[in-house]
Design a binder for this molecule. Structure first.
Ligand SMILES: [Zn+2]
Length: 68
């Protein structure tokens, strides 16, 4: 699964790519956290390639939202 997503996203971080930056991906991220919807865990539509920086940013944002 991880390899399939990596291939789909060309091995690049999709967030950085949307800002015209070509950064190799480090992790496959769940767009909607599986904590929120377990049924999405194997849905490729809910998976995206991210670099560590983007993944940490996203995780921090989600944590902040959760604690509001
Ligand atoms: Zn990135």
């Amino acid at each position: 699964m991880r390899e399939a997503i990596k291939r789909r996203d060309h091995g690049l971080c999709v967030k950085c790519k949307s800002q015209n930056r070509l950064v190799p991906m480090d992790v496959v991220d769940h767009i909607i956290p599986i904590k929120d919807d377990w049924s999405l865990r194997l849905n490729p539509e809910n998976l995206q390639s991210l670099c560590h920086a983007c993944h940490n940013l996203k995780t921090a944002k989600e944590k902040a939202k959760r604690e509001m």
